[in-house]
Design a protein around this ligand. Structure first.
Ligand SMILES: [Zn+2]
Length: 94
């Protein structure tokens, strides 16, 4: 069964249970996507950005949207739990 849940900018959609240590495609670092308005005066935020611990994902989080992103090739990773929740929601509305 194929469910098209979101529009994605590329076809590289990978679903994981947990945050992967390394990107399975390029071996790059995987960062957590930060949603919302970042506080650029936050030293912790600056450090996390420099360390590639987080990447900025835009102002609003799409429900069931990607949670992690490779800093090397921009491959996005979805959390399995989020997708299951979303699928259950869709199923219960129909
Ligand atoms: Zn990668």
């Amino acid at each position: 069964m194929m469910i098209k849940l979101f529009e994605t900018t590329n076809n590289d959609v990978i679903v994981k249970k947990r945050k992967p240590r390394k990107c399975p495609k390029c071996g790059g670092k995987v960062a957590t996507i930060f949603y919302g308005m970042p506080n650029f005066e936050s030293l912790q935020l600056q450090k996390d950005l420099e360390d590639d611990k987080i990447v900025l994902g835009g102002c609003c989080m799409m429900e069931g949207g990607p949670v992690w992103q490779c800093v090397g090739c921009d491959t996005q990773f979805y959390r399995e739990l989020d997708l299951l929740k979303l699928i259950n929601q869709v199923a219960s509305q129909e």
